[in-house]
Design a protein around this ligand. Structure first.
Ligand code: ATP
Ligand code: MG
Length: 576
């Protein structure tokens, strides 16, 4: 992350005219299409390793791979890169499939596993041995590392490098048969120990590892290394463009070497910059730590940048796809502001989330001149942005609740909400005026606000033209439903949490105030039938979604995002 983008401004943002310009990957593809390469075929893949849940960075890769395939009439495979059994699990496989589908993409019948190719990969390795391009090495792991050299010093050749082919074939077969201990031998490519690229210094192709694989069980005790398995899998699936993140740039010569030596279909690897987001860590290893150490409530904790966490928090697939489109694809690493993601989210939710009223910190209001027991139905529009969403009726009664901080006994100058003697509008209902404050005899605490209402203000305006500056949301005391509401802030307090705190550990940057849970909230009665993942705008509070922890007695809502759009604000500044 040396080259931080300016304010995280996406590359594709430089040009505001018309549709987003093609990125460098699409440029390559279009060039190849016009030259007739691959017979005009475009075939990509999304290749997660099932060793954790997907995060927002993966979403970028998913949108890119599936998006490119759709745009050029091609195909995109889902392939599990499952060559490291000690860290992989079916739980992860299942969650990944769910997340890709939820994002809105479909691999049809093209679901693959690198482990399905283990037999063929073994044959490919044997082929390399026969060609004199691979050898069994008896150096132990730390010796292999020692012989490898450094960036400035060439490596040393393994003393086993010149083993005869027959001996290599025999030893490799015996590695497979389980005759040797874990880590005691490897199969290595015979390339160049003096190469300036360390990846080319006789890299390991196969290692011995006794671990039960989530698909192949105990059939294998040798497993192919990622670099070998990945290019061969791409080739076997006829992948034309193998799109991956920048850290694989130095691996490309090896990717190409294997395919050239084997003489099989040559997929083209193209690297792009991984997504980094402010206030977010994006490494599965770190996210796994947070889960395992109980620092979050699981992979789908709404504080997590995982796709399942974002989903539970209330992010929509549309917003995530829009975000991925907006940031585009770059060749250089940069950090994108999380405000941009939240901007895309607000735009999406603004268009389709119904507006409802929820009182998070209730204060009782009694309307002295409103008849006891009377219930009036007032009409409330569901979304002023979209008249087709219609309206609903809300019960209005003598006792209501408003927000505690919508009343001040001794208001400062610019306070336009309720105060003794002041008049405000109740949203979708009448003007009310505060006439008296009721207190607890012992503590002196305010227990209720007594008001009067003006029955002639049902339209939201006073017939005599008098104005009120404040409009408050409210719920009927008798009709409202109890709820618990979770307000979220960034999981990390630092813009770049990976830089670590004083001790250099990203966990030191965890924001202790990331979650605030409010009990005793009250929401309007229409929310009774809400189900998990329903989206709402709670007027004046932000966007919320129903959580799966809801019960018949108490609904639970997560605040997805507040109403203030700091990204849009930032963007407006230059024109102001
Ligand atoms: P992490 O480093 O977060 O643990 P990973 O690269 O190990 O992720 P994989 O399961 O190997 O995770 O990733 C699957 C695909 O998603 C790869 O093609 C990878 O390049 C891509 N990917 C992973 N992280 C990001 C990111 N932050 N931005 C864009 N693409 C990503
Ligand atoms: Mg990886």
């Amino acid at each position: 992350m040396e080259n931080k983008g300016k304010e995280g401004r996406p590359e594709s943002d430089k040009d505001d005219s018309g549709p987003a310009p093609a990125d460098f990957i699409r440029e390559i593809i279009e060039e190849e299409l016009s030259s007739g390469k691959n017979g005009g075929r475009v075939h990509t893949r999304f290749p997660p390793e099932p060793n954790g849940y997907l995060h927002i960075g993966h979403a970028k890769s998913i949108c890119l791979n599936f998006g490119i395939a759709a745009q050029y009439g091609g195909l995109c495979n889902l392939r599990f890169d499952d060559t490291n059994p000690s860290k992989e699990d079916v739980e992860y496989v299942d969650s990944i499939m769910e997340d890709v589908r939820w994002l809105g993409f479909d691999w049809d019948d093209r679901l693959f596993y690198a482990s399905d190719y283990f037999d063929i990969l073994y044959e490919y390795a044997v082929r390399l041995i026969r060609m004199g391009k691979a050898f069994v090495c008896d150096l132990a792991g730390d010796q292999v590392r020692e012989y490898r050299g450094t960036l400035t010093q060439p490596g040393k050749e393994s003393p086993f490098r010149d083993r005869p082919v027959e001996e290599n074939l025999d030893l490799f077969a015996r590695m497979k048969a389980g005759e040797f201990e874990d880590g005691s031998r490897t199969l290595r490519a015979k390339i160049d120990m003096a190469s300036g690229n360390i990846n080319m210094r006789d890299p390991v192709i196969y290692r011995i590892l006794r671990a039960t694989h989530h698909r192949t069980g105990d059939k294998w005790c040798i497993y192919p290394m990622y670099d070998f398995a990945h290019c061969c899998s791409d080739s076997l699936e006829g992948i034309t463009h193998s799109i991956c993140t920048l850290e694989f740039e130095d691996h490309r010569p090896l990717y190409d070497w294997y395919l050239e030596q084997l003489g099989i279909f040559h997929s083209r690897q193209i690297e792009f910059a991984r997504l980094n987001l402010t206030y977010t860590v994006m490494s599965k290893r770190k996210l796994l730590m947070l889960v395992q150490e109980g620092r979050v409530g699981g992979w789908d904790d709404p504080l997590m940048p995982t796709i399942s966490g974002l989903r539970r928090r209330g992010y929509t697939p549309e917003a995530i796809r829009k975000f991925a489109d907006t940031i585009g694809v770059a060749k250089r690493d940069s950090t994108v502001s999380i405000d941009l993601l939240n901007h895309c989210l607000r735009e999406d939710l603004n268009a389709r989330a119904p507006r409802v009223m929820a009182v998070l910190r209730p204060l009782r209001v009694i309307i002295d001149n409103y008849p006891e027991g009377k219930v009036e139905e007032v009409e409330a529009v569901n979304n002023p942005e979209d008249p087709s969403m219609g309206s609903r009726m809300l019960p209005f009664t003598r006792e209501l609740y408003i927000e505690r901080d919508d009343f001040l006994e001794d208001p400062p100058g610019k306070y336009f909400r309720l105060a003794p003697g002041r008049e405000v509008r109740l949203k979708h209902a009448y003007f009310i005026k505060c006439v008296r404050v009721a207190r607890d005899g012992k503590t002196g605490e305010i227990t209720a606000i007594h008001c009067t209402y003006d029955p002639d203000t049902a339209s939201g305006e006073a017939p005599d033209g008098r104005k009120v500056k404040g409009t408050l949301h409210w719920v009927s005391a008798a009709h409202s439903i109890r709820a618990r509401v979770r307000l979220y802030d960034h999981l990390f307090g630092a813009e770049d949490p990976s830089s670590g705190g004083e001790g250099g550990d990203f966990r030191d940057n965890i924001n202790p105030g990331a979650l605030e849970e409010l009990e005793g909230c009250l929401v309007e009665p229409g929310l009774a039938g809400t189900a998990p993942l329903d989206h709402f705008q709670f007027l004046r509070h932000g966007y919320f979604c129903t959580d799966r922890d809801s019960t018949a007695d108490c609904l639970v809502f997560n605040r997805t995002v507040g109403l203030r759009d700091s990204w849009a604000k930032l963007r407006q500044k230059p024109d102001e």
